[in-house]
Design a protein around this ligand. Structure first.
Ligand code: SF4
Ligand code: SF4
Length: 267
């Protein structure tokens, strides 16, 4: 490692840790002997923006996409719901989106598919500390990409794969999942778990909640924000993360509209 960085979590200590500028060799193209082998029987966690982009690409409501193409594994270690790409139960457990020439949704491929062979871990949340991601190298035996000559650093690879732009869109997501509220192993109750899942992953349902319920009469939302979230998925996603900090952790990220004097007289 070229820089002094905190160590990887215990479960990842076997992996080779990489600093931002550390070099590794990698190349992936149809001429590698293993082409497409990694797009089957693999655990791919989807971020909120992954779900959104894949649903848009397939012209599906986010709820329908989630039902058809994802799994929500439930284990007692998870403090928040996670969403994984569902592999095809038949056809060798291939990813639904792999074709003879590679990923058929390449421009909208998920974060994890872009990052590979680089992995990332976030250290446990600490109050007042912005978590600094830690990087490591997957050295899977089946992958011949590491025998290719092109040399990368973590930062150059991430830029090449369009990762920082996507991460910037969902910066608010990391603020929620790494929130100090979780320090000490606190758990959300099932209702708040459901809120989290809807706001982060089922964005079309969240849009219906905002625009087709009493939401906009209950909260004072800046008019420019209301306009933006009507038409921009990215703006709505950012707003969803902001709302979650209010709904899950009682942070003052939204203002409840003052009730009129007549409202108190209503039954
Ligand atoms: S989404 Fe694309 S890159 Fe990712 S596993 Fe499926 S086919 Fe492969
Ligand atoms: S196994 Fe490695 S080199 Fe082969 S297709 Fe997958 S990422 Fe590319």
């Amino acid at each position: 490692m070229s820089t002094t960085a905190p160590e990887l979590p215990e479960s990842l200590r076997e992996r080779k840790q990489l600093g931002h500028d550390d070099a590794f060799r990698f190349g992936c193209h149809p001429r590698v002997a293993c082409f497409n082998q990694c797009c089957a029987d693999v655990n791919i966690l989807l971020t909120p923006f992954d779900v959104l982009r894949l649903a848009r690409r397939l012209r599906m409501h986010t709820r329908d996409f989630l039902q058809r193409y994802t799994l929500m594994p439930i284990t007692k270690d998870l403090h928040l719901p996670v969403v994984m790409l569902r592999m095809n139960d038949e056809d060798g457990k291939k990813c639904h989106f792999v074709g003879a020439q590679g990923c058929t949704l390449y421009d909208d491929r998920p974060w994890a598919c872009r990052m590979y062979p680089v992995g990332m871990a976030l250290p446990p949340a600490k109050a007042g500390v912005e978590p600094e991601p830690l990087y490591f190298l997957f050295e899977d035996a089946f992958c011949h990409g590491r025998e290719e000559p092109t040399e990368w650093s973590v930062d150059r690879w991430r830029h090449d794969q369009g990762v920082p732009e996507r991460e910037a869109i969902e910066a608010g997501f990391r603020d929620v999942v790494g929130h100090p509220w979780f320090i000490g192993g606190r758990q959300l109750d099932p209702k708040r778990m459901e809120l989290f899942h809807t706001a982060c992953y089922d964005l079309d349902a969240f849009r219906e909640f905002v625009f087709e319920s009493s939401f906009l009469t209950r909260f004072e939302i800046e008019p420019a924000v209301v306009e933006a979230i009507k038409t921009s998925d990215e703006a709505l996603l950012a707003f969803a993360f902001r709302w979650l900090r209010f709904a899950l952790f009682a942070e003052p990220t939204l203002t409840v509209r003052a009730r009129g004097p007549e409202s108190g007289r209503n039954p």
